[in-house]
Design a protein around this ligand. Structure first.
Ligand code: ARG
Ligand code: MN
Ligand code: MN
Ligand code: MN
Length: 303
């Protein structure tokens, strides 16, 4: 079996520099060797340097959206690279970069797996603002609204057609959801397990309920998008929008292990690792946990 890795050193979906160094730091930590040591072949998508050089000279806001052309171009390239990996039957692993690239990975994976694709979005945030509801204008807070067709994607995002079913999306770990986003989740009946649900039921039950919601028979292909800020800042401090009260180290890993056990994972994002934030020890810890979440998602077991 082959793991197709796409590195996306991209930070245009939010204002903090450094998140574009996430992929290279995870590679420096040895993530490729670690995956190979698990018995996988590795295929690396090419031209990771292009993401930085494709930044347009002039990219003024469109409405509230910041860096709209740059985000759109990068996401479009991600979509093509992830699609190519999925077409070959590889497990497509995308290393970010900020979460705006999620619109690319979802377009890419769903272009191969169709609307059977189930999405497990592990995050402190819902990332479902529309260009109208976003307060920050940061597009890493918006990727899901485009792919779900909650807003009609206008230029430069008009290449994105609705491709993910609302009943095949489920969240785990939410705890900082904008009021506008709460309204969207309610209106469209989108299933979400917040940290309150994790406290109440325990992570084992929550993951089971989440999988039951999107993939009752465990036969459909699954995409997991793991934002490292889903973890508690004490576990993953080096990230741009940390929120207290997050998943423990083990809860985060449990989600990945349980998803791996289904055998349904076809694509995975690991995003929002920002090596520029915090001291060297926070950096090392966050990069290390990112790599270990990837390994667990690919089936590394404790025994
Ligand atoms: N909801 C906030 C916004 O729209 C925060 C989004 C944070 N997203 C993330 N991928 N870390 O700006
Ligand atoms: Mn987040
Ligand atoms: Mn907030
Ligand atoms: Mn996110």
């Amino acid at each position: 079996k082959t793991v197709g890795i796409t590195c996306v050193p991209f930070s245009g979906g939010q204002p903090k520099g450094g998140v574009d160094d996430g992929p290279v730091e995870m590679m420096r930590f040895g993530v490729l060797d670690q995956i190979q040591d698990m018995g996988y072949n590795i295929e690396l998508s090419d031209g990771m340097d292009k993401y930085q050089t494709m930044k347009p000279a002039d990219d003024p806001p469109i409405g509230k959206m910041k860096n709209p052309r740059y985000v759109s171009m990068a996401a479009r390239r991600v979509a093509e690279q992830v699609r190519a990996q999925c077409e070959k039957g590889n497990i497509a692993v995308t290393l970010g970069g900020d979460h705006s690239i999620g619109m690319g990975t979802l377009v890419g994976s769903s272009s191969v797996y169709g609307d059977d694709l189930c999405v497990i979005w592990v995050d402190a945030h819902a990332d479902i603002n529309t260009p109208d509801t976003t307060e920050s204008g940061n597009l890493h807070g918006c990727p899901l609204s485009f792919v779900l067709g909650i807003c009609d994607a206008e230029s430069p995002f008009d290449w994105i057609k609705p491709c993910i079913r609302k009943d095949r999306l489920v969240y785990i770990g939410l705890r900082d959801v904008d009021a506008t986003e709460k309204a969207i989740l309610r209106k469209h009946n989108i299933k979400a397990f917040s940290m309150h649900d994790v406290d109440r039921h325990g992570i084992g039950k929550v993951v089971e309920m989440a999988l039951d919601h999107v993939n009752k028979d465990r036969t459909l292909p699954v995409h997991m998008s793991f934002d490292v800020d889903a973890l508690d800042p004490s576990v993953a401090p080096a990230t741009g929008t940390p929120v207290r009260g997050g998943l423990t180290f083990r809860e985060g890993h449990y989600i990945c292990e349980a998803v791996a056990e289904t055998g349904c994972l076809v694509s995975l994002d690991l995003v929002e690792v920002n090596p520029a934030l915090g001291d060297p020890e926070s950096l090392r810890q966050t990069v290390a946990v990112g790599c270990s979440l990837v390994r667990c998602s690919l089936g590394e077991s404790l025994l």
